[in-house]
Design a protein around this ligand. Structure first.
Ligand code: NAD
Ligand code: UDP
Length: 337
């Protein structure tokens, strides 16, 4: 299939391109490089057969999208492009709604002009907010607690209305839990441009000596060791979920959300201990207060993805920490190395 990958130079997009190409799909990337290095595609090309079309541009730019639709003629779109920092979303709500929501509308209009009616969308478990029950299935109520989360839920609603209005259209909504890890080659991985917001890249930067210590946000949650519990998912498993979602989109019309997680959760302290094992060093930590907007615990019921997409996660926690460490130690300065 010819697949347009928006945000394809990003962390999850770059891993997904490799899996798509391994399955024989033709790929075209649109990215504005606001949170990615052009070096990413150089490395992805070196790891694959190299035939990736790419366009530099903004997802909100209808002209760029029309150019891509006319020249590449995608049969499906995987839509990663967007902004993802929860804290920043609270400070710049209009910017987040503009990129994440208006950007998706611009994309759907451009797809409509060439009759492309298949999309796989990057949503997030953050749409659930504080869970009423665990594991969290797709029927769980949605009540996101940040601008970022609300922007994801708005796009989910738009895709449901879009699919309802176009009977042949298919929108596969993937609600990612916590993506971590890196490709086995150590050539691509997560490379935060600033101080990492997320746990795993922060721990990795402590291990490699770029930061002194990890601040643990709260050890007074109602969990076994008092720290937050999350469902961490290896980015290569997540990438493969997109390939399965494309196959599904070719078979099934309508809009459908799927949880993409392992179904298992680990605490912040579990993650620190596992990373310490992987890198053979102590990770200094300090306990601080809870981070605003954080929930105590969540993990996925991923039964629907197993039954309908034929997808399950296969990587272990040790695979996640070992691959993160392999990437970080081979590229201490990320794509600048
Ligand atoms: P990322 O920032 O690495 O990738 C996003 C890519 O989109 C980047 O390459 C960036 O340059 C590009 N981009 C941003 N704004 C753009 C615009 N206006 N026009 C064109 N390109 C633009 O993030 P990621 O971790 O790979 O996440 C990919 C998607 O998955 C995002 O939509 C994110 O919200 C979602 N998601 C991520 C996580 C996570 O923890 N990483 C969890 C749940 C959902
Ligand atoms: N966390 C932490 N210190 C950090 C970053 C994260 O203690 O520097 C904790 C956070 O409070 C949560 C877990 O690690 O319990 C995962 O946070 P992350 O930001 O990676 O993902 P989230 O689930 O919040 O999207």
């Amino acid at each position: 299939m010819r697949v347009l990958v928006t945000g394809g130079a990003g962390y999850i997009g770059s891993h997904t391109i490799l899996e798509l190409m391994a399955q024989g799909h033709d790929v075209c990337v649109l990215d504005n490089y606001s949170n990615a290095s052009p070096e990413v595609l150089t490395r992805v090309r070196a790891l694959s057969n190299g035939t990736i079309a790419d366009f530099k541009g903004d997802i909100r730019d209808a002209k760029t999208l029309d150019d891509i639709m006319a020249t590449f003629r995608p049969e499906a779109v995987i839509h990663f492009a967007g902004l993802k920092a929860v804290g920043e979303s609270q400070e710049k709500p209009l910017h987040y709604y503009d990129v994440n929501v208006s950007g998706t509308l611009t994309l759907l209009h451009a797809m409509g002009r060439v009759g492309c009616r298949r999309i796989v969308f990057s949503s997030s478990a953050t749409v659930y907010g504080e869970p009423d029950y665990l594991p969290c299935d797709e029927a769980h109520p949605t009540r996101p607690m940040s601008v970022y989360g609300r922007s994801k839920l708005m796009v989910e609603d738009i895709l449901k209305d879009w699919a309802a209005a176009h009977p042949a259209a298919s929108a596969v909504i993937l609600r990612y839990f916590n993506p971590v890890g890196a490709h086995a080659s150590t050539r691509i991985g997560e490379d935060p441009q600033d101080i990492p917001n997320n746990l795993m890249p922060y721990i990795a930067q402590v291990a490699v000596g770029k930061r002194d210590k990890l601040t643990i946000f709260g050890d007074d949650y109602d969990t076994a060791d008092g720290t937050g519990l999350r469902d961490y998912i290896h980015v290569v498993d997540l990438a493969r979920a997109h390939v399965a979602a494309l196959d599904y989109a070719a078979r099934k019309a309508g809009a459908r959300p799927f949880n993409i997680g392992t179904g298992q959760s680990y605490s912040v302290k579990d993650m620190v201990a596992a990373f310490s094992r992987a890198c053979g060093k102590d990770i200094p930590t300090v306990i601080a207060g809870r981070r605003s907007g954080d929930i105590a615990a969540i993990h996925a019921d991923a039964t629907r993805a197993k039954d309908e997409l034929g997808w399950t996660a296969s990587h272990t926690l040790d695979d996640m920490t070992a691959s993160t460490w392999a990437w970080q130690s081979a590229n201490p300065n990320g794509y600048d190395d």
